[in-house]
Ligand binder design. Structure first.
Ligand SMILES: [Zn+2]
Length: 490
């Protein structure tokens, strides 16, 4: 008998320190598909929906694609956007009465009306399908997992990598657990334990300790009766009472208590090793000096880690660019500065013409507007398809984009906030990244998946901005206290 499985994606990572509300336009600017377009646009991509669809083909499910929505991280999701997207899922449930529901969620969505946006979605879906229809979700490694999410899900499956190169694989794992459940081979239960830890983003790289060995131990605990154990690093820039590290397992009911003990032990181990989440970063001045002196064959990559739109920053920071211009650094390429007005000015001037703009800095998060004069080299729609290891095949867009050359620094100026983590961010704009001397990227960790093989060295630059790893710069009101590293002696 063929099963009917409903698919949906509602993803947002919410930076509660951002005042920029996330409405339907933000989803439409990034990734928003309804109905059959979900399958047409995401089948074959390294995304959770892509993973669901691979297993759906093998299992011969009748798939009900409802909505796939993912906005660039930013401030709280509006009540209107949340209800509009959720309604697409609930309408699909109402009309098709599915045997199972598979959702791609982020796990760190905060909405205007509810701090636990993902828990709210899971609870509404649970109420719609009743207790007997399995509801499972893939989650980002940066999920802040709440008790409410655990209570209303039959499976929660986290990415095991950061950069997230296993999003499609995580979707497959979730879908295989759904298939086992529908076949009567698994009676799933979700168990979870937390640690009082709020690691900054760069400390969660899975190629490094402590995440590397925590994830190995989690994988060792998995088997047929325990299809998944996930270590969630949490998202430190969401000031909510369920923020922080958690370890979550999906187990057959017969193994639930054992799995809970495994999760507890891993959460305790993460806490014992809390000092290994500490990192050193390069100052802006040191980065500019390093760039001025750089003479190796392969480029030096400067990561503007705090102005990463992929963590909710404004992407209009100018601090690092100003320092490079001041130091006379040449043959550099910068991706990307968000400034729709500067793009308009470049379009008005035209390709090959000189343009003077007051660039970026509107948010005030990462420097002031920077007065520059340069030549417009290229104008485009800013759209490209990822070819690197992360979200491979997914089409993303900077919106209308201008490449403006200022004192032999190619500055990409965009109209949509979008993290430049794939080398296509440069190639689509006519820049061969491996041939530049200096590359500047507004990305915290994800760029490493595609750029590691192309560059000679990487410096993580301690700029200001809403993703800065120094969490003492933020005023927290809701995270559970005490928590490391906010509180001494924890
Ligand atoms: Zn993430």
């Amino acid at each position: 008998m063929s099963h009917t499985v409903l698919l949906g994606q509602i993803e947002h990572e919410t930076n509660t320190f951002s005042s920029l509300p996330t409405g339907m336009t933000a989803f439409a600017d990034a990734s928003l598909h309804y109905g059959d377009a979900v399958v047409e646009d995401l089948a074959g991509t390294n995304t959770a929906i892509g993973g669901f669809l691979r297993v759906a083909d093998e299992a011969d499910w009748d798939v009900v694609p409802t909505v796939a929505a993912d906005a660039t991280p930013g401030g709280r999701v509006t009540a209107d956007a949340r209800e509009t997207l959720l309604e697409a899922v609930l309408a699909g449930i109402e009309t098709t009465d599915p045997d199972g529901v598979l959702l791609a969620l982020h796990g760190a969505m905060v909405t205007e009306a509810a701090p636990d946006g993902d828990g709210y979605i899971l609870e509404r879906v649970r109420r719609a399908v009743g207790a007997d229809v399995p509801v499972m979700a893939s989650l980002d490694l940066h999920a802040n997992v709440s008790d409410r999410m655990i209570r209303h899900a039959d499976g929660l499956f986290g990415y095991d990598t950061y950069p997230h190169v296993d999003i499609g694989g995580t979707g497959e794992t979730a879908a295989r657990a759904m298939a086992a459940t529908l076949a009567g081979d698994l009676d799933p239960e979700v168990v979870g334990e937390r640690a009082p830890l709020l690691p900054p983003l760069p400390a969660l790289r899975t190629a490094e300790e402590p995440m590397r060995s925590l994830l190995v131990a989690a994988a060792d605990a998995e088997d047929e009766a325990v299809p998944d154990v996930s270590v969630f690093g949490g998202f430190a820039h969401a000031d909510v009472d369920h923020a922080g590290v958690s370890v979550v397992g999906v187990a057959d009911r017969s193994h639930a208590e054992d799995t809970r003990e495994t999760c507890r032990a891993l959460a305790d181990e993460a806490y014992e090793r809390r000092g290994t989440f500490d990192r050193d970063y390069t100052s802006v001045a040191a980065a500019a000096a390093e760039a001025a002196d750089w003479d190796a064959d392969d480029p030096l990559l400067l990561a503007d880690i705090s102005d990463n739109p992929g963590g909710g920053s404004a992407q209009d920071g100018t601090v690092l660019l100003a320092a490079l211009l001041e130091a006379g650094v040449e043959d550099a390429a910068v991706a990307t500065i968000y400034d729709p007005a500067a793009v308009d000015a470049a379009v008005a001037a035209g390709v090959g013409e000189e343009v003077s703009v007051s660039l970026g800095g509107r948010s005030g998060e990462n420097g002031d507007p920077l007065d520059v004069t340069g030549r417009v080299r290229l104008l485009s729609d800013g759209t490209y398809r990822n070819r690197g290891p992360m979200s491979t095949g997914l089409q993303v867009s900077f919106g209308r984009t201008a490449r403006i050359e200022v004192d032999w620094i190619d500055v990409l100026v965009c109209s949509h906030r979008q993290q430049p983590y794939d080398p296509e961010a440069f190639r689509s704009q006519g820049i061969t990244p491996e041939e530049a001397r200096i590359l500047v990227l507004k990305s915290t960790v994800h760029y490493r998946a595609g750029f590691d093989p192309l560059v000679g060295a990487i410096s993580e630059v301690a700029t200001p901005g809403l993703c800065r790893p120094d969490l003492s710069a933020f005023e927290y009101e809701h995270v559970p206290r005490p928590i490391y590293p906010l509180d001494d002696g924890v």
